[in-house]
Design a protein around this ligand. Sequence first.
Ligand code: PLP
Length: 395
Amino acid sequence: MKTNEIIETAEEYLIHTYNRNQISLERGNGVYLYDADGKEYLDFGAGIAVFAIGYNNSEFNNALKTQIDRLIHTSNYFYNEPAALAAKLITKATGMDRVFFTNSGTEAVEGAIKLAKKYAFLKTGRTGHEIVAMKNSFHGRSMGALSVTGNKHYQEAFGPLIPGIRFAEYNNLQSLKDLVNEKTCAIILETIQGEGGIHPAKIEFIKEIRNICDDKGILLILDEIQCGMGRTGKMFAYQHYGIEPDIVTVAKALGCGVPIGGFLAKEEIAKALVPGDHGTTYGGNPFACAAVVKVFELFEKQNILSNVNKVSKYLELKLDELVKENEFMIERRGIGLMQGIEISVNSKEIISNSLKQGLILFSAGTNVIRFLPPLIITEKDVDKMVVKLRQAFLS
Ligand SMILES: *Cc1c(COP(=O)(O)O)cnc(C)c1O
């Protein structure tokens, strides 16, 4: 199909929940994507922090093909080797004890909320517990995940949402303390707010939340769906903060494009969920879990974390230069290869001009340009990105 046919067909039959770029992507290689007309794009979006290991990674592709020929799906009423291995790998990487595999980040958040509620129910013998979430947060679009997403615009039409959710100001301890009460069973936040505009939590904020949770027997849920899996130079962003959450949610780069997420918890909490409490048909199927196993193997083999630590220093340097040069740029924020530049103009035009220059970037809100490249990028790729971005400002 020609590009315009693809776009017309999609626009005719898909529910219009996205204003898509007028580009149809066809294949990828390393840090590059190619559209249906053969135009090349340097990818600084990684499909929204998903494709960490680079496109068309032959070892990854071959592992998936092997698993397809062996077994794709069975149901969770049987064991399968990839799920057992993937569960071991992700629990070791997070420092948690057990995982429940889901099909998406949203479902991981749903599961985390249910686990926190069930744990509180067993502890107190009653229901009606509350959760403190953050303003400007993003946790997903299902009714539960949306209920803890601090964005009025996303929530407005869909009420009533789940009750008992209170929203604190991110990085404002007093605002959080004001909302915690004897009914609070969990505090949920992103270690680095992603969709909300790349806001890393302050060290004292996270540490003090951990203390509050310990004092009051409240569970700390960290959403690492975007900032986890090596993006910040450690496997999980909270590992920069010297604390551990009680429950962690993961997804995005976990399967590097194969849809899988999970929620993880320490043993004492995880055991609150028993047969019948939660389930999924696809979640943790052998195909998706084979992807996870290979992703972890490739992270080791390709020294992904050391690459992130090395290249992100260079990226920060270059982005800081851009901020200095350009009046309309306010500040750079971020950790590792999860970076954003806040700007005083609408990001829409910059994003679309960048596409014309062959550079894929996402915005976060209307005033932040987001940089989420595949974790295999090199300093040369950063240089190329900067050249294209400068051209985008001129056009
Ligand atoms: C993307 C994202 C989600 C939702 O994940 P989906 O896979 O889109 O359902 C939840 N939380 C955070 C922090 C995210 O970035």
